[in-house]
Design a protein around this ligand. Sequence first.
Ligand SMILES: [Zn+2]
Length: 335
Amino acid sequence: MTRKHRKHPYRKLPLPSNAPFELKPSSRKGWGAFAKTRISKGATILIDKPLFIIYKPSLKITEEDVLMAFLRLAPADKETFLRIRDNGSASFESLLATMAQNTFQVHTGGSNLAAFGMFVLLSRFNHSCSPNSTIPTSVSESGRETLAILAKRDISAGEEITFNYLPGFELKSQHERHQLLQFTCKCEACHASSSAQRASDMRRTLVRGLQYLSRGKDLDEQTQDSTLPFSIDPELKKAAEELRIPLSSRFLIDLLSMALLEEEGLIDDLIVKKIQTVSGWFETERNDRIAKHAMAQATWREKFCVAARLYGREDAADHDVAMELQTMRDLALEQ
Ligand SMILES: [Zn+2]
């Protein structure tokens, strides 16, 4: 480590005494957080409290908002704020720029105002499109908003700890991800050989197409139909949009999506929740038996292989499922 790195202001950032990570220069981007010991899957890596929260009715924060929040800080917190560097090296040009690069939106507990927390430590973790940790949203008991970062899988000592900055990144190709990130990501998923890269892009795009069939709309809400990165047979697309995809096909679509995400190393509790399978919905006894047997398998790939026997089968619940999904869609539209 060079003298410059030993003197770096991040050396003085106050880490929790039991933190299983340290801050160091990263080959990925500026500085990053690295595991000091082995961290088990599901373990909490850090619970971070924001230095301050700015509440605004809109997403627009001004330099003055940040200045006011900064001036109200205790002297030690002011010092912490001033230690933050752009990409680990140069100082930021403005308070607003510091805020923009170190902010997470937090839940406001029923308030209509958007809440932006200044998270100094959490913001030191770099992005990866194949991350080993995740940040589910939570609220602390004290009522102050906190965010936790948890290990998605076992992390070895010395490994850089990363999470994903992009919503819906699982379904985006490398090109799409880099456009949204506005920097060239050097993570394992982006840095793979070109054939592995193409396979990764293909898997993620395929999952997005499969999920379109299951939901009748794109998982990436921002994208208009015309710009979907895949094409679907018009008849099938119409059937998906009208929620006419039979239950057995829905089940297979979701299992195949999970098997592909498993291949990408992206399975965690959040994605399992996002792509809930319809395994418990079958009414035809034989279908239900196969579905249960499939779900008892260890991996998503194995679940899919067992469930493949259901392909093309009708189920007594098909009509009710379509009605139920329509009701759910109507309710979602009302909200
Ligand atoms: Zn990447």
